[in-house]
Design a protein around this ligand. Sequence first.
Ligand code: PMP
Length: 354
Amino acid sequence: MNSVRASAPQLADITPYDPKYLPARAYLSANENPCDVETEVRNEIKREINKVAFNRYPDPLANELRDMIAEANGLDRDCVLVGNGGDELLFDIALAWGGPGRKFLNMPPTFSVYQNNAELTNTEVVDIPRLADYTIDEEAVLSRVARGDIDYVIVTSPNNPTGDLADERFILRLLDATDALVMVDEAYFEFSRGTVRPYLAQHKNLVILRTFSKAFSLAGVRVGYLLGNPEVIREFLKVRQPYSVDAVSQAIARVVFRNRAKFERGIMQIVSERGRVFRELSQMPGITAYPSNANYILFRAEGAGEVWQQLYDRGILVRDFSRAPMLQDCLRVSIGSPEENDEFLAALREILPK
Ligand code: PMP
């Protein structure tokens, strides 16, 4: 047959996720870590990969890595689940808690993957937009969940792309106000140290998402994990792909996790550079920069689409949100190496009207 029947109807309005990664000199668009894994750790990784049996399936649950993460967090193995990047686990929450007739509470503007996953699984998206300063509309969220029909909520802290931390007291109130599954997406938590992990013991409806992609420089390797109560983790086990984390990624993540103290210096440098970039951005005429707890800064500039193009023409790739809902005239710059940050700031000064 030289024709094909239409795909599932919920795909009609979905555009494939596009990170808009274009060739550039300074990659400041994807919130990656500017430092690759250092030589000593890389050498240990090589030795570990050499031991991997490529002809065998990997441990489906990555139990060795799972145990390391559990121990570091004072939890049991069955409170941890490793996934193929945080992205896989974000799809799994929609599979396990979403579906036809079910509702996901979203707080846009935030990570667009949440909404896509809900749409793919025919889950209704209930939007509670953020306030003008991009903080969460806490009272609106609390009163909406009080209606009792929300199945899952994702609180992103720090939020992508706006950079703000969710107030811990708000998360506690939310956990107490609903039996919906509340995922706190802490993909960037190492850049702020704010975590709700201590609340896991008292709140069955809390699950935390973390990743190796940002603070631990492994965006190219694809490992993320969940911390949650065993009852919740068990439901994720039902929907996950059997061998989603390959043996090589498991080996790399184990070495990196074992050496995680060595990443502290890089994290501190990003945090200090974030302060510098924020201060300099805030002093530029016509720029509004939003305070950030992550490894990127959202800023507003008049004619942002043109500013993006002029930065790109100078070899600097940032993320263009200027046409995204609620983010008009906004660009997001990842914190790069000090030299990349200098280059970005100098280019922006050159581009902006005097
Ligand atoms: N959550 C947020 C808020 C993110 O920004 C990202 C990455 N862009 C992820 C989760 C997923 O990251 P990864 O799949 O690389 O672990």
